[in-house]
Ligand binder design. Sequence first.
Ligand SMILES: [Zn+2]
Length: 584
Amino acid sequence: MQEARINQVMGRAQVWTALFLLLFAALAVRLFAIQILRHDYYVRKAEATRGRQWPINAPRGNIYDRNGRPLALNLKLYAVAADPGLIDDPTATAGNLAALLRTSPTDLEARLRGKPGSRYVLLCDSVDEQVAEAIRQLGHPGIIVSTEWKRVYPHGDLAGAVLGFVGADRHGLSGIEAALNVPLTGDQGERLVVLDGRLPRSRRQIPGRTVVSKEMVPGSSITLTIDQEIQAIAEEELAAAVESANAAGGCAVVMDPRSGQVLALATQPGFDPNEYQSYDPTTWVNQAVSSPNEPGSTFKAVTACIAIEEGVMANGEIHQCTGTRPIGRRSISCALHGGTRAHGPVDLDKMVVVSCNTGMSTVALALGEERLYRGAKRLGFGEKTGIELAGESSGILPRPGNWSQARVANVGFGQGISVTPVQLLSAYCIVANGGSRVHPRLVQSIVHPDGTIEQCRPPAAEKVLSPETCARVAKDLERVVEEGTGKTARLRGWRAAGKTGTAQKPTPEMGFRSGKYLGSFIGFAPSREPRLAVLVSIDEPKGVHYGAVVAAPAFRNICERSLSYLRVPPDETPAARAAAGRGA
Ligand SMILES: [Zn+2]
């Protein structure tokens, strides 16, 4: 009996000991976790309860051209701010800082006292390293010196409309800066300023005690498809063309027709993103993607492609051009040439070469709205191209179903629809490359802060035209330059293909034409193995407004200079031989 009792007591003691040991072990593990494993975390947490957090600015990613030449960088500066609640002696602090910040002590003191409750008062956002260091050395509590990054564009207005600019809040507001704002921005970090343990109102900064509570992550850098050299050529030639035509503005776009990569995109009037505020906001608009207009005669090549694919008037059928053709209450006319409007007998190819409006309206009517619409849609009209720029327009390609006869006829030669320069040039790229749809792109790759490179690949190229159709239209466009309306675009050294266009600018009210014109030229070179597709559009030229006069010479100069720069071997044309002879 007694033995059983002893056993019972012994058993209870063992249970208690075991429980006690278990508890102790759990506590030890917890202490180990707090003191050793998560030491930093708890230190930061403790400091956070008696500290102030100040931002660490992340530098924005750089922007480079396709060859790594910088187009947008950051200048390292320092911002000086105050946390009024932490300043011991505003009068003495102001007295010491005023000269360094180039301001009056009275004014500075008022700002150091701050508004009730204010904890961050910016005193100056751009002091250099020397001044920043001097202020740090003074060691005034409540004075915050932080790194600032000022966005700079080392080439001034070069590629301004492509690059865009960054607002005061470090947010990209237009161009690539806006379209790729997220990867360019990075992540702001935080610096914790440790305060002493007094009551909240009388806390003081402990000198020298700051902890980085969150590391900043710099923004990713962007490599564009733009070639700085070709961009400069396009800008110079566009500016010269706008000036000599006494025009309101214009744009020039250069693409690689094989890939859809944009090599240059120039607009006039341009702006310098370093000081974008001092330019009229209309100059910030990128006309190449945001301002659709009637394409005019440059669209005839598109109609020809659709007609050949559909087998409509594509087998030598002849149209008799008398110079005018009545459609409903209006009439279509061909441009006056040599005192007459009549082109006489023309087949589909010749309609492109001589730019016959009545002929192309006949082709369009034979195609009908459904096939015209579907064909244009396949070549990328009526939808955004997806180029990496904010504010892209999809243009206007009306849905089929209720096009009037007049609209069908007009679309054939580029009226009654609206397209952006980049859409139109992309369609010419398809002809140039043998039938593959291209997706115009400005971004080649993104370099992340950890060094990984993300290649930006456009969607796979889809075949939208047969190689035979492309070869035939390319030949027509070559004849435009050799013997047709585009002789002023003829290159010295290379064979080129292209088309002139002159369109009236419509006003916002439908159907009313303003009497203002757009003169344009679009083409590619060398025509047999194209390396460049180029569009030049001149906005509201005064006096002569034909594309052949105002835009084709700029096309020629951009092609000649860019092909030389790219070391593309010249074609063996008579013009090339003549040029070689002149050079010898
Ligand atoms: Zn005609």
